[in-house]
Design a protein around this ligand. Structure first.
Ligand code: WQD
Length: 321
């Protein structure tokens, strides 16, 4: 098979391309390079620079490379930004997906893997979030991911396309420093930024109904996440036409902000306790996956622990240009 990886020059996408290539799959990257970086695409993997809103370029690319499967990671992903720019997020994430699916069904592609998010759950009120937990997204970003899942599933049903929506939990770390996340939008890089600036990391609220009062999340190493894509691609490729999977991709283990701040100090050699500041609006107290369905359907589970995530993210931070 040949897999088109949209967003393959991004942080997660580049890890997916590397894992798929190492597993012996043929890949082609499709990325508009708005946030992606061409240097992340391995030598020997074709890079097509374009938008998923460009129907003609998509059709040409699918045909020229005889693409049989698509892993769709391209999209906008800043929760806060999406609140102020809902039209832009719906256009890029939902209309971009619709245009891509139209080209995909026209080209007779067999398998489609969609990059979704735990953001579809919003503020879940359960210990472990299963795929049956009600989806009540709290931001336009989360809404576009849920609408995307619906669009993918409906298109799969109507056109005999095998589909999977992977709901990523909190992705962190890097397989190698050159593939590290370059943004400073999530907890681990935000703590790095403070520590290296000689300031105290911030904990956004310590009065949550959790054991230490800080928010609990399910952090997953990006290399494990990438391997979940390989397992999904293989599962879809050998599944009956029209197969449809919705899977949480997490570790099933909660880590609090305070635990993470302590671990980051340990790994980086700093000794700067975090300062508690006000809650960040919209943060759920606890979001931890039940990872059972992915284990059952894919025979995949995460292998790398939080220390490996922090250490590899730190190596990438030091390597930044
Ligand atoms: C984690 C925890 C913060 C920085 C978001 C999206 C989600 C997904 C991943 C998708 C929270 C706390 C953070 C800091 C802190 N995105 N924090 N001090 O919000 O769980 O998930 O990113 O593409 O959809 O919602 O991740 O890393 O921002 O925060 O206390 O300096 O760390 O309040 O509790 P979040 P995060």
């Amino acid at each position: 098979m040949t897999w088109l990886i949209t967003g393959g020059a991004g942080y997660i996408g580049a890890h997916v391309v590397r894992a798929m290539t190492e597993a012996g799959e043929r890949t082609v990257v499709y990325d508009d390079l708005s946030t992606g970086v061409a240097e992340r695409v391995p030598r020997g993997v074709p890079l097509v620079t374009g938008s998923t809103l460009d129907a003609d370029l998509l059709s040409r690319t699918l045909g020229e490379h005889a693409v049989t499967g698509v892993v769709h990671l391209a999209g906008k992903k800043q929760v806060g930004e999406s609140v102020g720019m809902p039209l832009h997020y719906y256009h890029e994430n939902v209309e971009g997906l619709r245009v891509l699916l139209a080209a995909v069904t026209e080209a007779g592609v067999a398998s489609f893997v969609f990059s979704s998010s735990a953001a579809v759950y919003g503020m879940p009120d359960v210990d472990l979030v299963t795929e049956e937990t009600p989806c009540l997204p709290m931001s336009p970003y989360g809404e576009t991911k849920l609408a995307g899942e619906w669009l993918v599933r409906a298109t799969g049903r109507a056109h005999g396309l095998s589909t999977a929506s992977l709901r990523y939990f909190n992705v962190a770390g890097a397989a190698s420093p050159d593939l590290a996340d370059r943004g400073v939008f999530n907890l681990i890089p935000m703590v790095f930024e403070k520590l290296t600036a000689g300031e105290s990391p911030r904990v956004f609220g310590a009065d949550y109904p959790t054991p230490d009062g800080t928010c609990v999340r399910d952090y997953i190493h990006v290399a494990d996440l990438a391997e979940a894509h390989v397992a999904t691609a293989r599962t879809l490729a050998s599944a009956a036409r029209g197969t449809d999977l919705t899977l949480n991709i997490g570790r099933g283990e909660g880590v609090s902000v305070r635990e993470m701040a302590t671990l980051i100090n340990e790994v980086t050699g700093y000794d700067r306790p975090a300062t508690v500041t006000a809650r960040r609006p919209g943060d759920p107290a606890r979001v931890v996956a039940s990872a059972d369905r992915a284990a059952k359907e894919l025979g995949w589970s995460a292998k790398r622990d939080v220390r490996e995530m922090v250490a590899s993210a730190w190596a990438g931070w030091a390597d930044r240009g």
